[in-house]
Design a protein around this ligand. Structure first.
Ligand SMILES: Cc1ncc(COP(=O)(O)O)c(C=O)c1O
Length: 390
């Protein structure tokens, strides 16, 4: 038979899914895959059930249903401080991943150059690869993950079209400061670049750090696509609902692309969200307190086990270094250390190499997700802390 496409040929199961299979095989606790197993809010579930019972089952408009868009407009204005004109600045998509896909098709041609920061979120890098753009990466280093703007500038060429940032960041937990975003905006303008900013963990910032949206800066707004999601905020990763905010002309094209790829995001679930969207301030405060406590638990356990831990500023992952343990058997590299944790204490993580162009750059890193039910996370942390006894 003729070979499959070159794209299909190059695809492999990600380390993250492979770890899940391995952890399940030993009935262990999976802190690898970024799946929050907390329940979705009741009001949203009830709203979706009502929509299903009322047969809201047909295709939605490709840009999303109006009542939900209206709620998003208000949220984006008040929470993100982005003064959008109205629903035409919003596109509801099949998860924020759907928004990212349409953004890269709307903005980029094969051969364009895009700048990312390492460690990166794998889907961004893999999807950019499918788009056949050239990726350039600026490494960020723990514990501060500071951006070297001179180095960033040196990566820009006449072919550079866009910069992708993720704030708060998966996997390293960096939260971009206003000062950094101001400098980034200056670079965008000086070099006529677009920005795609993934803000799916926007409600999860610790130590009183504010979440700042690049598009809240006046001079960056008309060249920035902001991606958000309900997946993480409302614990509904499987519902596949996210959205993009941006200039009308780009959002319109992204909508046409979203129509081609997905037709629309799931209709009854959009109605459910519109009904339950009005979660009060308490919901977000409580979620943050909960994650902050879990962050402390996770970081303490890793430190007790001998890891070097840059405490994340945001999101719900810890990218920790086991370099201090590397002289011990089972800790030669990230793949081996990940297997060691599964075999010895039944805890899954993600090998650090998954977040770098050159996997060797993540050789001594493992990523742990702490978005878990309290008792499961407690047990996982107890096991990790006991690692030195095994
Ligand atoms: C940085 C980042 N962006 C996007 C996603 C996926 O979001 P969605 O479920 O909205 O497609 C994830 C999921 O882990 C993520 O970590």
């Amino acid at each position: 038979m003729k070979p499959l496409s070159s794209i299909a040929d190059g695809l492999r199961q990600s380390d993250i899914r492979a770890v899940t299979a391995r952890v399940n095989a030993v009935n262990g606790i999976n802190l690898g895959q970024g799946i929050c197993d907390m329940p979705a809010p009741d009001a949203i579930k009830e709203g979706a059930k009502t929509a299903i019972d009322n047969d809201k089952s047909i295709y939605a408009p490709f840009g999303g249903i109006e009542p939900l868009k209206q709620h998003i407009v208000e949220k984006v204005r008040s929470f993100n401080d982005i003064p959008v004109s109205g629903p035409d600045n919003i596109l509801i998509t099949a998860g924020s991943t759907g928004a990212f896909v349409t953004a890269i098709f709307a903005l980029l041609d094969p051969g364009d150059e895009v700048i990312q920061f390492e460690p990166w979120y794998g889907y961004h890098s893999n999807l950019l690869k499918l788009r056949d753009v050239t990726q350039k990466t600026l490494p960020l280093y723990p514990p501060t993950w500071e951006v070297d703007f001179d180095q960033l500038e040196s990566l820009i060429t006449p072919k550079t079209k866009a910069i992708v940032i993720t704030t708060p960041n998966n996997p390293c937990g960096k939260v971009w400061t206003r000062e950094e975003l101001v400098r980034l905006a200056d670079l965008l303008i000086a070099n006529d670049l677009y920005a795609i900013t993934d803000e799916v963990y926007e409600y999860m910032t610790y130590g009183g750090r504010p979440h700042v949206s690049l598009a809240s800066l006046d001079n960056a707004r008309d060249r920035t696509i902001t991606l958000s999601s309900f997946s993480k905020t409302f614990n509904m990763t499987g519902w596949r609902l996210g959205y993009a905010t941006g200039p009308e002309a780009i959002i319109e094209k992204m909508g046409l692309l979203s129509d081609l790829f997905y037709i629309c995001a799931p209709s009854p679930l959009q109605f459910g969200l519109a009904d339950g969207f009005a979660a009060g301030r308490d919901y977000y405060d409580e979620m943050l307190r909960d994650y902050d406590r879990k962050r402390t638990m996770m970081c303490n356990a890793l430190e007790a086990a001998g890891f070097d831990v840059p405490w994340p500023e945001g999101a719900y992952y810890v990218l920790a270094s086991f370099k201090p343990l590397s002289g011990q058997p089972g800790f030669d590299d990230d793949q081996q250390a990940c297997a060691t944790l599964i075999d010895r204490v039944g805890v899954g993580s993600v090998p650090g190499g998954s977040f770098y162009t050159n996997p060797a750059d993540g050789k001594y890193l493992l990523r742990f997700c702490f978005a878990k039910k309290e008792h499961e996370l407690e047990e996982a942390c107890r096991r990790i802390a006991s690692l030195s006894d095994t």
